[in-house]
Each structure stands twice: as structure tokens, then as C-alpha cells.
Design a protein around this ligand. Structure first.
Ligand SMILES: [Zn+2]
Length: 102
């Protein structure tokens, strides 16, 4: 596994642990500050917006996943696996369709 992937997986593990602590604090009424900051939230929104822009045309024949043969058929609103995964964090929001799950 290359160093970049190792770095990213480690960061995800750290974030998951921080979120577990924050959830535990919320459940127990603890007042410790959550260590995942709003700045992180903004960065993650920027990441998702950039990925969505890159994959905007997937499934139409004009996207990068179309060129790779990895897009979904035109009738599938998700477009490609990347777009489907971008929707996953919002699966509990009103308007999310169960058929959009990756
Ligand atoms: Zn795509």
C-alpha cells in the first residue's frame, strides 16, 4: 500500500475515533469540545463539491467514468459509483431515495 493511501486511512481512523468520542460525550452529557472543527466541515464540503464537479457528466457519455466504462446507464440517476458514494452521507436526509444507495 502506498504512503498516501496509508496516510488517508490513518486520518479516517483518527476522525472516526474523534467522532466516537463526540457521540459518547453527547450521549453522556459531557461538555468536552469536539475536536473535529467547523473548518474540517468546510474542507469536506469543498472536497465533495470538487468531486461532484469532476463527475457531473458521468452517465451522459461525457464524463470521466464514461471514458473508463465505469458509469451507470443513463436511466440511473446516480451517474457513476463516485456520485453514488457522494450521496451516502446524506442517506438520512429528506428526499434521498433508497435506490440511490451505492
Ligand atoms: Zn464519475
Amino acid at each position: 500500500m502506498d504512503r498516501f493511501v496509508q496516510f488517508l486511512r490513518r486520518q479516517l481512523d483518527i476522525d472516526l475515533e474523534l467522532l466516537r468520542v463526540a457521540r459518547e460525550d453527547a450521549e453522556t452529557g459531557s461538555t468536552r469540545a469536539c475536536l473535529i472543527t467547523p473548518i474540517r466541515g468546510f474542507r469536506e464540503c469543498e472536497l465533495k463539491a470538487r468531486l461532484l464537479t469532476t463527475h457531473h457528466h458521468c452517465g451522459s457519455g461525457e464524463g470521466p467514468c464514461d471514458a473508463l466504462g465505469e458509469s451507470y446507464p443513463p436511466e440511473d440517476e446516480r451517474g457513476c459509483p463516485t456520485r453514488a458514494l457522494l450521496g451516502l452521507p446524506y442517506a438520512d436526509r429528506p428526499g434521498y431515495s433508497a435506490r440511490w444507495r451505492p
